[in-house]
Design a protein. Structure first.
Length: 317
């Protein structure tokens, strides 16, 4: 709370943050158009420390795990990462908030290698109102999840920088069961036309209590299906909530694979509800792998351009 009473942070940004006993930090480099005003707003705190940093990693390094610190990132701020170690989400409880609307949201560009990613290795972190853009072909994943319980991504845009620049997945878990329980991806968009794109979530371990809700997903999926979830052999998702998502999962004939998810498990649990997707699988047209254990309510798919989708799986009689 010292930030509030020392004048640091001021009321303009307090309205954006939930009640917290943590500290507030700002990311804005010296080229920011409003740097003068920002320096006045983010004066040194009572310890004489400035909490304005030029990079997100520097601000994360200054945070204390589980203090519930908040990092605000200035409108128009841009960073490029080129490896799996350039930006580490490794401080538990930190909330990262991008400022600005539309193209003025902070942007993180991924380049140089297919292995470039943001590894998440701390619990209870979140990021919101950012743009993540691929500037290299076939980057495996935006986020690689290790010990990442309750990681949240909100109000973000994931996209290709140009033709043949793409992410294969947004989330890729490791093989440790329940290491990424509580993942949330909400109120966001993923627009990826590249033919090498695979799925929103690569689920390599059993996970629980995921929420994927109110997103727009428009990608070119594979013939193996699973445009939203590809669940590895012998693994399951439990207490999943996949609700109110819209978009296009365009991948041709899927040869019997599920359009939205694939799994070999029969003990998955959770709900797919009010999801609407256009697709191109006019041969089999299956929402997801049969006998998965999931429950379904009012989901609609269409494999015909210009046609209104119909309920899949079929309505119970």
């Amino acid at each position: 709370m010292e930030n509030i009473f020392s004048g640091y942070g001021l009321a303009q940004l307090l309205a954006l943050a939930p009640p917290t006993t943590g500290r507030f930090f700002l990311v804005a480099d010296n080229n920011n158009a409003n740097i003068g005003a920002l320096n006045q707003l983010f004066i040194p705190d009572t310890l004489g420390l400035s909490r304005r940093y030029s990079t997100l990693q520097a601000a994360l390094d200054a945070c204390t795990a589980s203090y519930v610190d908040t990092i605000f990132v200035a409108p128009g701020h841009a960073e490029t990462i080129s490896s799996a170690t350039a930006l580490l989400f490794n401080k538990a409880g930190v909330r990262i908030v991008g400022l600005g609307d539309g193209s003025l949201r902070p942007t993180i560009t991924f380049d140089t290698a297919t292995t470039t990613t943001i590894p998440v290795s701390a619990a209870n972190m979140s990021i919101e109102n950012f743009i993540f853009t691929a500037n290299f072909a076939d980057i495996v994943a935006v986020f690689t999840l290790a010990a990442a319980a309750n990681f949240k991504v909100k109000k973000c845009l994931v996209k290709a920088t140009a033709t043949d620049m793409n992410f294969k997945y947004v989330f890729d878990t490791n093989t440790t069961d329940n290491a990424a329980d509580g993942l949330e991806f909400t109120d966001s968009s993923w627009i990826e036309p590249d033919a090498a794109t695979i799925s929103l979530c690569k689920v390599d371990a059993t996970q629980a209590s995921w929420v994927v809700s109110r997103n727009y997903i428009s990608i070119a999926t594979q013939s193996t299906g699973g445009g939203v979830f590809v669940i590895a052999t012998g693994k399951i998702l439990t207490n999943l909530r996949c609700e109110n998502n819209r978009g296009r999962l365009i991948g041709g004939d899927l040869s019997g694979a599920g359009v939205v998810f694939t799994t070999d498990g029969s003990t998955n649990t959770g709900v797919f509800s009010e999801n609407h997707f256009q697709h191109t699988d006019t041969v089999s047209e299956i929402f997801g792998t049969a006998s998965s254990g999931f429950s379904f309510f009012e989901n609609r798919l269409s494999g015909v351009a210009g046609a209104t989708g119909y309920v899949l799986p079929a309505v119970d009689s």
